[in-house]
Write a protein that binds this ligand. Structure first.
Ligand code: ATP
Length: 363
């Protein structure tokens, strides 16, 4: 039997609550499938680790993850530690260290859920946003000088490389090509950002020639935000820079019903390093410990992980189980329900096992 070796990094805030539920669901799907098993190694890295050791993860952290097959990540962020310390010390250290340059964010209105868009029927909002995850506005290039003085200067330099743009464009066109509509929107801001975004546009046009079956278009990021709200049905696959896609995908998650539903995968397409799978939400301090964190985004990213690990049947069975549960109305308060994290988890495990869904009141 195949063994998939997974690193679990629950991290901060509600991370441990949703990853704990996600690991149980993963074991349930492996047991149901019968052709593979999941071996989990957990790492207690994050803000509590930082309080004890002064770093978010040990110096050999990446080496300890390197040979594992995938990373299942919760959340990072702490009210007492600056975000740039927690983010760069753990999540971005892994993304950049393992060259996870393609960030894939599917968005869909799941069965039984409602979009806040008044006229949006479920089939109309079915997107995949591909985010460039290694350079652009979050390259970490810049600095501060004359600190504390009136003449203080801070620079934040976006870095766009031809090779970086080319590899994310190839990845995005391939994602679009594999979807039924074969349509890609290349998001840009080349009217105002005259250098990096113009190179982005040029490389997109060049890569498009290798994907003749994909129809593609360019769209300015501000117009794209409006289009996502006003004409969601025309959108299919989207590729955008690190910053633009960060913002657009949070909007997408909200339009699909809740940020708690949305998954993301940080992929190293060449598979030289393990890829990392996480819900898109953060630590959500306001609900920590209440047992009401929505675990669906964490379950959905397990679907992405199973696909990446070469288990499409298990991935599709898990997605079906998730939607059986949302369809039955067994959802947490952020989606208007009254179920707890544990109740959603139990319902998904039951659906995986093929048992009938109880309604929310019966669990
Ligand atoms: P970060 O800066 O790490 O992204 P944040 O607190 O600014 O953290 P989120 O953690 O994403 O942002 O939370 C934004 C809002 O969405 C909060 O009100 C939070 O309670 C809610 N939220 C986020 N994730 C979930 C979830 N899984 N279930 C229910 N509510 C959630």
């Amino acid at each position: 039997m195949k063994t998939h070796r997974i690193a679990a990094i629950p991290g901060d805030g509600i991370g441990p609550e949703v990853i704990g539920a996600g690991l149980e669901v993963l074991q349930a799907i492996a047991a149901r499938d019968g052709n593979f098993q999941v071996e989990v190694t957990s790492f207690d890295w994050g803000s509590d680790y930082y309080r004890r050791h002064g770093v978010m993860m040990p110096a050999d952290g990446l080496d300890r993850l390197r040979d594992l097959d995938a990373i299942y990540f919760g959340a990072v962020g702490d009210s007492a530690i600056p975000d740039h310390v927690t983010l760069w010390g753990l999540r971005l250290a892994i993304c950049q260290g393992f060259d996870q340059y393609a960030n894939v964010r599917p968005t869909r209105v799941l069965a039984g859920l409602r979009s806040p868009l008044r006229d949006c029927s479920p089939g109309e909002l079915d997107w995949v946003i591909v985010r460039e995850n290694s350079e652009g506005e979050y390259a970490g290039n810049g600095g501060r000088t004359h600190r504390g003085h009136p003449e203080e200067v801070a620079t934040e330099v976006a870095i766009f490389t031809r090779s970086g743009i080319e590899r994310i464009m190839r990845f995005a066109f391939a994602v679009a090509e594999a979807r039924p509509r074969r349509h890609l929107t290349v998001v840009t801001k080349s009217n105002a950002q005259r250098h990096g975004m113009v190179l982005w546009d040029e490389v997109a046009a060049a890569v498009a020639r290798s994907f003749p079956s994909v129809t593609w278009e360019k769209m300015l990021v501000d117009a794209m935000a409006a289009r996502m709200v006003l004409q969601p049905a025309g959108i299919d696959t989207v590729v955008a820079t690190n910053l633009h896609a960060d913002i657009l995908s949070d909007l997408a998650a909200a339009l699909a019903g809740s940020i708690g539903v949305a998954p993301t995968a940080n992929i190293n397409p060449e598979r030289r390093y393990p890829s990392m799978f996480e819900p898109i939400h953060g630590s959500a301090f306001d609900i920590v410990g209440k047992g009401i964190a929505n675990p669906i985004g964490t379950f959905w990213t397990a679907v992405q992980m199973l696909e990446h690990l070469g288990e499409p049947a298990a991935a599709s069975r898990l997605m079906t189980a998730i939607e059986a549960v949302t369809q039955a109305g067994i959802v947490t308060p952020d989606l208007g329900g009254t179920a707890t994290t544990a109740q959603v988890k139990v319902a998904v495990c039951q659906a995986i096992a093929g048992r009938n869904q109880a309604s929310q009141g019966e669990i």
